[in-house]
Ligand binder design. Structure first.
Ligand code: DX5
Ligand code: ZN
Length: 218
């Protein structure tokens, strides 16, 4: 089982000072940064593009960029995000495109490949891909906005995917994203999650070192 990994989401950072927000994460010694990319089509919101990642790299941010593509046509953008400095690229199962070819392309670009499913999408929809991914992301809110309430009813889905991982001897990370805080993270950990995206709860935390320590202890 993977060690617990706290993965702050840049979406909840200061959009006029993104490098400074990323630096807060790096200065805590945390290795990962979750970067949410939205297209106003797959989700009703807009965020960053490849140039944002490239600019963070130019500003000396060397965190592992866990890039969550909420795009209707993610296959058209994986090359650009890999070139811009993404380390992991996750794509949603819901839109129709060649998911298998896109996951393979992400790996061929030297990035970890992730598959993501929305709260209303059943675990079975991604089952045929779990042997060729480095990460499975279970959305615990409807994607598009930070600050929403955690969906408790996603715990059985985590357990199902976690049990497939164990039964098949697979090693992908199991990530949760949406409304995660240090209390519901305990339940997610028990259900098999090891990678915890936190936007609002991280950036609003008054004592970020203590917040990070609570996740390290999960
Ligand atoms: C939502 C994004 C999340 C978001 C989570 O669509 O995928 O990564 O940043 O934010 P919180 O932790 O505030 O729910
Ligand atoms: Zn996300």
């Amino acid at each position: 089982m993977h060690s617990p990994l706290l993965n702050p989401s840049l979406l909840a950072g200061d959009h006029a000072h993104l490098a400074a927000s990323a630096r807060v994460v790096a200065d805590l010694g945390l290795p990962w940064l979750h970067v949410d990319i939205m297209d106003g089509k797959f989700v009703p919101n807009l965020t960053f593009g490849p140039e944002t990642l490239a600019a963070l790299r130019r500003h000396g941010i060397d965190l592992f960029f866990d890039t969550h593509l909420m795009l209707a046509e993610p296959h058209l953008y994986v090359d650009a995000f890999a070139k811009a400095g993404a380390n992991s690229i996750s794509i949603h199962i819901e839109p129709s495109y060649d998911h298998g070819a896109t996951l393979a392309r992400i790996r061929s670009l030297g990035c970890g490949a992730g598959i993501v499913l929305n709260p209303d999408t059943p675990a079975s929809s991604i089952e045929s891909f779990i042997d060729r991914v480095d990460l499975v992301l279970v959305m615990t809110v409807q994607p598009g906005f930070g600050g929403q309430a955690f969906r408790q009813d996603m715990l059985p889905k985590l357990k199902t995917i976690s049990s497939w991982r164990a039964a098949r001897g697979l090693n992908f990370r199991l990530e949760v994203d949406g409304g995660i805080d240090s209390s519901n993270a305990v339940e997610c950990r028990s259900a098999g999650a090891d990678t915890f995206v936190t936007g609002t709860s991280f950036f609003k935390s008054a004592d970020k070192a203590a917040f990070a320590a609570s996740f390290a202890a999960l």
